[in-house]
Design a protein around this ligand. Structure first.
Ligand code: ZN
Length: 68
């Protein structure tokens, strides 16, 4: 799934930002500073959201991989 095809399931905005986990290289830090990506922290857990909507601020979780 590419970002350009994504829209927010809550508000329909296409302003979806990827949430980056783990080690973030310098260019990612620069993009985060611009508000282009979200830094999710160093801990990587399966239940974490993969994207955040920049319009409504809600986190978006992948539909697949729901282990319930
Ligand atoms: Zn939204």
């Amino acid at each position: 799934m590419s970002l350009s095809d994504m829209t927010c399931p809550f508000c329909g905005s296409s302003g979806i930002l990827p949430v980056i986990y783990g080690y973030a290289p310098f260019d990612i830090l620069v993009r985060a500073d611009r508000g282009e990506v979200i830094l999710g922290g160093a801990c990587v857990e399966p239940s974490q959201p993969h994207w955040k909507c920049s319009a409504c601020g809600r986190f978006i979780y992948p539909e697949e991989g729901d282990g319930e």
